[in-house]
Design a protein. Structure first.
Lengths: 148, 110
């Protein structure tokens, strides 16, 4: 998409446990300048993004030093999170159209990606120059759309 | 993450995490609940009033705690969940398994 975002925030970090707080902080910064999303939409977007970042730390990085480029973009009709990392590629069975299904009720693991998919409108994955690139998109239901 | 524990009685306890219950903090909650249950306090209420965020790892820790409490003849209930936690529970259809209570006292009352 060639359109210019109304707002762009980003950080480049190592995909490790401390980066989770930095991601939450950056999302908080976005909400301070983008107010057309409902409280529920903000919660959903932040939770979905946090799930993806945790997934990258746990599975793509797996204790190795992996770079994560994290970008938040707001447009007139949507917000996007772009996550680009240099870690392991996800297995094919994770990249189904609807994400892995929710596991059984008392499962202690395996919900993260399914949760992320339920919380935003779109989740896309591709590899670009060998890097993983995740895109999460939420289109607010607010009448006036996203405003800078 | 700081987690407070209040041993209410020989068989019950309140556990109160503070902050983000995510992949960083979830292992500590799992261990703490397992310890408290092993010490005989198998009726656990997790007070989520100070839990500003919970992800699937945090949810997994609560489920692990629920299973260990029930195996010990007790239960694990949650109270004072924030909007974000309620959203996670609704979307994962776990509000039936981890029914949110309005207060710690109503959670103990069942």
């Amino acid at each position: 998409m060639g359109e210019k975002p109304l707002r762009r925030l980003g950080l480049v970090t190592t995909a490790d446990e401390p980066c989770l707080d930095a991601v939450h902080d950056l999302i908080g910064e976005l909400w301070s300048v983008v107010d057309a999303l409902s409280a529920d939409e903000k919660v959903s977007f932040e939770t979905a993004v946090a799930e993806l970042v945790a997934n990258i730390v746990q599975h793509a990085a797996k204790g190795r030093v992996v770079e994560l480029c994290f970008e938040l973009l707001s447009f007139a009709d949507r917000v996007e999170a772009h996550l680009r990392d240099t870690g392991l590629h996800p297995p094919d069975n994770v990249l189904t159209k609807d994400m892995p299904p929710m596991p059984y009720e008392l499962a202690e693991h395996g919900r993260g990606l399914a949760m992320a998919r339920l919380m935003v409108d779109e989740v896309h994955y591709e590899t670009v120059d060998g890097r993983n690139h995740w895109l999460l998109m939420l289109r607010p239901k607010a009448r006036s759309g996203v405003q800078a | 993450m700081d987690i407070d524990t209040d041993l209410r009685s020989p068989t019950s306890a309140v556990v109160r995490p503070h902050g983000r219950l995510n992949m960083v903090a979830a292992p500590a909650l799992r261990s703490l609940v397992a310890e408290v249950v092993a010490a005989g306090h198998s009726m656990i209420v997790v007070d989520l009033a100070e839990t500003v965020f919970m992800d699937s790892s945090g949810l997994g820790a609560l489920i692990a705690g629920l299973k260990s409490a029930r195996q010990a003849g007790g239960d694990l209930r949650i109270a004072c969940a924030t909007e974000q936690v309620l959203t996670v529970l609704d979307l994962t259809n776990l509000s039936r398994v981890l029914r949110p209570h309005e207060s710690v006292e109503s959670a103990f009352d069942g």
